[in-house]
Design a protein around this ligand. Structure first.
Ligand SMILES: *Cc1c(COP(=O)(O)O)cnc(C)c1O
Length: 385
């Protein structure tokens, strides 16, 4: 009998399942004959408008660019400070630099991993004009609390909702609680393309207009591709951050099964939860409450001996990932800000203990059980040793 292996991520079966849709979407791209910033991109923007409830969705070439263009379009001025959590994907903070600003860090709430207004350091708000919470893994930050915090201090609120597709709080989709947010369609994300792509979400027509210009060399109007009538006047020093129509085609096909994919992710998360809850050595599991803002992009546990556990799983043919091994304030690219270990203890604890288990619609129940068996094997051996 061959051993059942479990890759950290795979989407081969998902693509097989929707292959006819993908084919017809891709055929439309070839018929159109324009492969960047054309009809499939426009169709995807419209479909995402319907899915998220955003008034405007602007397709760009990555979640990282979406963040930088959103901040610029919100009027970030050179040197403005943006309050971000110390525990996130590095692009949360580097996108601030790309927009011309400077990140300022705050610690996270250890339960939700989200920026915690109660842990904002003294003096962090001097010169700070924006606050950018991040929704990580499976739950949104507490947007009612963050909105109150931002408005009491005159801060503009934008969201790094790159992981947030399908997450809603008080009926409002992630990214739409402040001035705007983003989506990432990196292949491993809940709605993944076959390469890089991203989008900005906003209800504000002025922000939408500026992002649309910034992604396309600063050109005005929401003209697309090589359509007649495009303006070649650059009103802003723009970027080339257009989305490929082939990626948009893939995403249009995947969007039709997104809700089913999200349900499958929730079922698998519940399966993990039933097996892993109460095991010795696992100090934290995701909160499985069935809250409406819950969408399982990542199933993240915290464990004693995290690296040894990952090694044990790898030896058994099971892929895992550390999200995120280095907190942002200790990244070499931010050394000039002068932070030291100990500055943000919750962020540092998470970075040292967190481990993501395989979670994606392709994963079978048998594979999920195999992961749980291997985790249990490791932990019981550790305890008896
Ligand atoms: C994925 C991600 C990004 C960046 O998105 P890309 O499309 O990979 O550029 C930014 N922030 C967070 C929290 C992410 O998870």
């Amino acid at each position: 009998m061959t051993r059942l292996t479990v890759p950290f991520f795979s989407q081969a079966r998902t693509f097989e399942r929707i292959w006819p849709d993908i084919r017809s979407q891709v055929e439309e791209v070839f018929e159109d004959g324009k492969f960047s910033h054309s009809t499939r991109v426009r169709a995807l923007e419209q479909a995402l408008t319907a899915y998220t409830g955003a008034r405007h969705v602007i397709g760009v070439n990555s979640g990282t660019d979406a963040l930088a263009l959103l901040l610029k379009a919100c009027g970030l001025r050179p040197g403005d400070r943006v309050l971000v959590p110390a525990y996130s994907f590095v692009a949360t903070a580097t996108s601030v630099v790309h927009a011309g600003g400077e990140p300022v860090f705050a610690d996270v709430d250890p339960d939700s991993y989200a920026l915690d207004p109660a842990r904002v350091p003294d003096g962090a708000l001097d010169g700070t004009r924006f606050v950018m919470p991040v929704h990580l893994f499976s739950r949104m930050a507490d947007m009612a609390a963050l909105t109150a915090f931002a408005s009491a201090r005159g801060l503009e609120l934008v969201e790094d909702s790159a992981e947030g597709i399908g997450m809603r709080q008080a009926g409002v989709h992630a990214g739409l609680h402040g001035r705007g947010g983003v989506l990432s369609f990196f292949p491993g994300k809940t709605l993944g393309a076959l390469g890089d792509a991203g989008a900005v979400l906003t209800d504000d027509p002025g922000i939408a207009e500026r992002v649309a210009a910034l992604r396309h060399h600063g050109r005005t109007g929401r003209t697309l591709g090589h359509f007649p009538g495009i303006s070649h006047e650059s009103v802003l020093p723009g970027h080339n951050s257009k989305m490929d129509d082939l990626q948009a085609a893939i995403l249009l096909a995947r969007l039709t099964v997104l809700d089913g994919d999200i349900r499958r992710r929730a079922d698998l998360a519940a399966r993990y939860d039933r097996r892993l809850r109460g095991l010795p050595g696992i100090t934290r599991l995701p909160r499985l409450t069935g809250a409406p803002d819950e969408v399982f992009y990542v199933y993240l546990i915290e464990a004693d001996h995290r690296d040894a556990l990952a090694g044990h799983l790898a030896a058994g043919g099971i892929g895992t990932e550390v999200y995120y091994p280095r907190p942002l304030h200790l990244q070499p690219c931010f050394a000039r800000l002068g932070h030291r270990p100990g500055d943000f203890p919750a962020a540092e604890a998470a970075a040292g203990r967190a481990l993501a288990l395989p979670l994606y619609p392709d994963l079978t129940d048998e594979q999920a059980d195999r992961v749980c068996d291997a985790v249990e094997e490791f932990l019981t051996r550790k305890v008896s040793a």
